[in-house]
Design a binder for this molecule. Sequence first.
Ligand SMILES: NC(=O)c1ccc[n+]([C@@H]2O[C@H](COP(=O)([O-])OP(=O)(O)OC[C@H]3O[C@@H](n4cnc5c(N)ncnc54)[C@H](OP(=O)(O)O)[C@@H]3O)[C@@H](O)[C@H]2O)c1
Length: 296
Amino acid sequence: MTRWLVIGANGFLGHNALHALPGEVHAATRGGRHAIAHGSTIEVDLCNPRAAAGAIEALQPQVVLNTAALANHEECELHPELAQQINATAPGVLAGIAHQIGARFIHISTDAVFDGRSGNYRETDEPEPFSVYGQTKLAGEHAVLQYASALVVRTNFFGWSPGGQRSILEFFVNNLRAGIEVNGYSDFTVTSLYVGYLLSALDQLARQGATGLLHVASRDPLTKLAFGQQVAHEFGLNAELIRPASAAIGAHATSRVLNLSLNCDLAAQTLGEHLPTQAQGIAQAHRDQPPQPTTQ
Ligand SMILES: NC(=O)c1ccc[n+]([C@@H]2O[C@H](COP(=O)([O-])OP(=O)(O)OC[C@H]3O[C@@H](n4cnc5c(N)ncnc54)[C@H](OP(=O)(O)O)[C@@H]3O)[C@@H](O)[C@H]2O)c1
């Protein structure tokens, strides 16, 4: 049975990890908030990660999974020094602590290390981030990969989040259920993986002792528009409410087409099976849907 420590356990991925990873799962959150875990909760503040070395050592995890980040693009642009500390400096310090206690370190990175001009990016392709978020996440990868036993996983994921509003799946399900019209970007393509599938892959990679850099995402690229239409189809909702739109004129304006799709051939080879499609992930998310609040 693997003993995990999940850093960032109140976040979208961290929260899912606490509930889905098999084995003994401990949580690390920053002060003041506590995750519901079947293990214990320790405090790790990425502004001062060295302070947590003793607590991490005392837990003796076999695998440390770092899901914590400053993951909001706008926040990163507004606070680049904080983004550098949380996304770049802290992961290197935490990977060093894991190395010292003989634990594996799995660090979550992003497709946003690429510029989105070509898509189908392999691990050997040169990253060229266009945002502070992407730049600092790339620096975090370099800091972590100094340690030979570390694994960096670039991904993009969707699923059910703690507050019910964090992921693109919830964006479409919540709005379409309420009969609200939404934009579906036809010029923004990603290979988003259902979070449950991502966590199964991380568990398998940990057990295999995988190291280095891997792209773990869905095997098929979809535009945000096509994703929304697939969600509508799967959940029996009205796809006519999704207006085809351009991301270039939205809040995340980049003034060009973005294709951040990741090529997962190496991960498939390592895992010994193809990664699922986005439609399969949406169908699995439907089966895994948390109970809906009943209306009186
Ligand atoms: N969401 C996606 O589709 C996506 C796509 C590609 C890559 N990623 C990567 O996947 C990982 C997880 O993303 P997510 O969507 O789960 O992010 P999230 O929901 O924003 O969670 C990030 C977590 O980091 C924690 N955190 C932030 N600053 C901290 C600090 N100073 N000390 C300790 N903890 C701190 C937050 O704690 P609080 O809860 O206390 O604020 C939060 O729980 C990140 O590395 C992100 O870059 C995400």
